[in-house]
Design a protein around this ligand. Structure first.
Ligand code: TXA
Ligand code: MG
Length: 352
């Protein structure tokens, strides 16, 4: 770590001790941090994000040995996950201890806990001291795309925050996997940086994927529209993607296709004046690390529609598929009935 970054971290810790709000990098996305023991600083997080105050914040700390300090009760399965994945992109939902104010958890008795795997985040937490922890939601306005660079935070929150620590682009690029517990059985509440396969291996398969939408737990990331660009985003299977693009183009719309499979040369309108194509990585982790930055890049008014190619139906793509679905304004199922339903079968061969 450079001496300049070290002195910025010392300054950021001083800001936090004085009740400030500091944006900092983690391996997943940038967080908007405040000392959990300072109620007015925590309140400012909700104000800056325009987030409803009953939506809980994740508590970040640095030392896994302190898990019992922040949680009242830690099931064996949670210890095992903490051992294997911390520091890392995993948040554990556990009963909160008396050291976690209820304002941080939106009034709930459960708290989300995580040790981030980023040298700047860890240095900041260590500088604050082990009796301190940072409440840190993603550093974006409620419902919008999470920031994966310091520039994204600056663009969106600008002077509302006291300081932004710049750690470059986040390596994972999607938020942490959130896991809750019922006895020794773990439940994924939000897919994310730690894969389902990795969790299942550590827990000998004792893991469930719930219907998040029907969950009684309040998870803003589980609202129907979240992580969303302003430009309408639609998610389409590969075979229908171009057909949809041409339909929109014929209506005079400018379309950006965000795909992961190489596009075939287009026989219908070779010039494609109003259709642009951006090729994403075809591996889930690489795709996930770029998704938010790409959605932001194409969300500046030059396109009327963003069309994302549906990701492969493979557990490795779970987090990407989840974020695309939540970022999309219209679901495939709905459009299927309107435009491509029975009696109007797409020409499946045209663009395959
Ligand atoms: O990767 C991440 O988790 C990032 C970085 C900054 O660490 N943070 C993040 O925070 O994504 P946020 O606030 O944008 O999303 C946190 C999610 C929310 O959906 C929230 O409802 C859920 O975690 N959560 C936090 N505490 C919870 C609790 N006690 N019970 C249920 N869900 C909880
Ligand atoms: Mg968020």
């Amino acid at each position: 770590m450079t001496p300049e970054m070290h002195s910025q971290i010392v300054a950021a810790a001083a800001q936090l001790r004085a009740g400030g709000v500091v944006a900092f990098p983690t391996e997943t996305v940038y967080g908007l941090g405040a000392d959990i023991s300072n109620p007015s600083a925590v309140r400012r997080i909700f104000e800056i994000k325009k987030r409803p105050i009953d939506h809980p914040l994740i508590v970040h700390f640095a030392d896994a040995a302190r898990l019992q300090y922040w949680a009242e009760e830690v099931p064996e399965a949670a210890w095992r996950l903490a051992e294997c994945f911390w520091p890392g992109p995993l948040t554990l939902i556990l009963p909160r201890s008396c050291h976690v104010p209820s304002s941080v958890t939106g009034g709930q008795d459960m708290v989300g806990l995580r040790i981030p795997d980023h040298p700047i985040a860890l240095a900041l937490l260590n500088e604050l001291g082990s009796e301190k922890a940072l409440a840190a939601p993603s550093a974006n306005r409620f419902g919008r795309i999470s920031p994966t660079t310091a520039a994204h935070v600056r663009e969106e929150l600008g002077h509302a925050v006291d300081m932004i620590l710049d750690g470059g682009a986040c390596a994972v690029g999607l938020e942490s996997t959130i896991v809750g517990f019922s006895g020794q059985t773990a439940t994924i509440l939000r897919p994310g940086g730690v894969s389902l396969a990795a969790l299942a291996e550590v827990l000998n398969g004792k893991i469930v994927l719930p219907q998040v939408k029907n969950s009684t737990v309040r998870v803003p990331g589980a609202l129907v529209s979240h992580y969303a660009p302003l430009t309408p985003l639609e998610v389409w299977p590969t075979k229908i993607l171009w057909q949809r693009a041409h339909k929109l183009e014929a209506q005079g719309r400018r379309v950006m296709i965000i795909g992961w499979s190489e596009p075939e040369p287009d026989p219908v309108s070779p010039e494609n004046k109003n259709i642009a194509y951006f090729l994403m990585p075809c591996k889930a982790a690489a795709y996930g690390s770029r998704l938010y930055a790409i959605l932001r890049r194409f969300d500046h008014g030059r396109f009327d529609y963003l069309l994302a190619e549906a990701p492969p139906d493979d557990p490795a793509w779970l987090a990407v598929a989840d974020r695309l679905q939540r970022a999309s304004h219209t679901s495939f199922d709905k459009l299927q009935d309107d435009d491509y339903g029975k009696g109007n079968t797409p020409d499946e061969n045209r663009h395959e």
